[in-house]
Ligand binder design. Structure first.
Ligand code: AHG
Ligand code: MN
Ligand code: MN
Length: 348
């Protein structure tokens, strides 16, 4: 007998039934995300065919060139969500200020933060890109929400998802009950369950980082990465290096193959060292997903899900993946290894 086909709708509904008292509103919110994902996926797949490739020439609030697909994805996600009455406010990596629900529509009890198009430098070269979503409960007392709804800690998320537009389009999500993956069947327009209960494999041998930034890292970061590249690591052989430059694609591989993905603090601007990735739109949702899959996410000092956000566009360093790899990164970054006298590094 052939394998049972389970659509994402059916799967989410089944999950909802295991929560007595669930109103279905949250389930609907997840459906809304899948609809936006399908529309963006369709545009991404025809990006080479229509005049949608290339940059708009504008810079976004982070000073990066805005790609047309970034704008398109930003708009589609907002428009798929603004009128449903399920959200009270939204925040997007591409929008400087919180995205308010238009006055003519009702508001609801959830909050959505998103990175509409992640890895946008890959668009023009047909590399994998993605979208990232983070869902919180409304916290404020105001009817239409306020910035305090966006500034919640990662561990307060009630859901997180990413979509990867790769050789196939996949949607991975968690609602705090494991991590599940679905592959889009374009012929029927449905996400079908392909990866139930994903767990990050132990002892993966891959590290993923933009090593071109080596000269901008501090000694502790260099020492950790040199350790992974040495024969002194737990596996006795150097880790392999893989880096796509799209967090969604690099995290997706890390989730399925194990190992660690990093974007450490860079001292490119020595007066203002900083991480690159955004806490609310990238690090926290990916941290929730990886943690639910048995991994761990840290900024090098603490659990990313514990960071108290102060700014909606706050950046953070990121070490995310296999728990043991990330815990060891924390030991290096917090200088514990140095104190133990194990800091000597033959590759430096
Ligand atoms: P975005 O396209 O949403 O701005 O994100 C790009 C991010 C992330 O996807 C990736 O991990 C990182 O930038 C790559 O940065 P570098 O090019 O500096 O390695
Ligand atoms: Mn991004
Ligand atoms: Mn983006």
């Amino acid at each position: 007998m052939s394998q049972e086909i389970i659509t994402i709708e059916r799967f989410i509904l089944q999950q909802e039934r295991s929560f007595p008292g669930a109103t279905g509103e949250f389930t609907q919110l997840l459906y809304d995300i899948t609809l936006a994902a399908k529309i963006i996926s369709r545009e991404v797949n025809k990006a080479g065919l229509v005049e949608i490739l290339g940059s708009t020439g504008d810079k976004n609030i982070h000073g990066e060139t805005v790609q047309k697909l970034d704008e398109f994805a930003n708009r589609i996600i907002f428009q798929s969500m603004d009128h449903t009455g399920r959200l009270c406010i939204m925040g997007s990596e591409e929008s400087e200020t919180p995205l308010l629900i238009p006055d003519e529509y009702p508001t609801g009890k959830y909050v959505l933060l998103f990175d509409p198009l992640d890895g946008s430098s890959n668009i023009d070269v047909n590399g994998s890109i993605g979208s990232i979503f983070s869902i919180h409960r409304k916290k404020s007392k105001t009817e239409r929400g306020d910035v305090s709804d966006l500034l919640q800690k990662g561990y307060e998320q009630v859901g997180a998802a990413y979509v990867i537009y790769g050789s196939s389009t996949m949607l991975i999500y968690t609602t705090g009950n494991g991590v599940h993956g679905f592959t889009l069947d374009p012929s029927v327009g449905e996400f079908l369950l392909s990866h139930p209960h994903i767990e990050i494999p132990k002892n993966g041998n891959i590290y993923s980082v933009n090593e071109g930034n080596y000269i901008y890292w501090d000694d502790k970061t260099r020492a950790y990465i040199n350790h992974l590249k040495s024969e002194d690591n737990h596996s006795g052989k150097p880790y392999s290096h893989r880096y796509i430059g799209s967090m969604v694609a690099d995290i997706h591989r890390t989730l399925l193959n194990g190992g660690i993905f990093m974007y450490p603090v860079s001292y490119k601007n020595p007066d203002k060292p900083s991480g690159k990735l955004r806490l609310l739109y990238e690090a926290a949702p990916m941290g929730f997903i990886i943690s639910q899959a048995g991994g761990y996410a840290s900024d090098g000092h603490q659990n990313i899900l514990e960071i108290e956000p102060r700014d909606i566009h706050q950046r953070t360093a990121v070490f995310i993946g296999d728990k043991d790899d990330v815990l060891l990164a924390e030991k290096y970054i917090s200088a514990e290894i140095e104190k133990e006298g194990k800091y000597a590094d033959k590759n430096q």
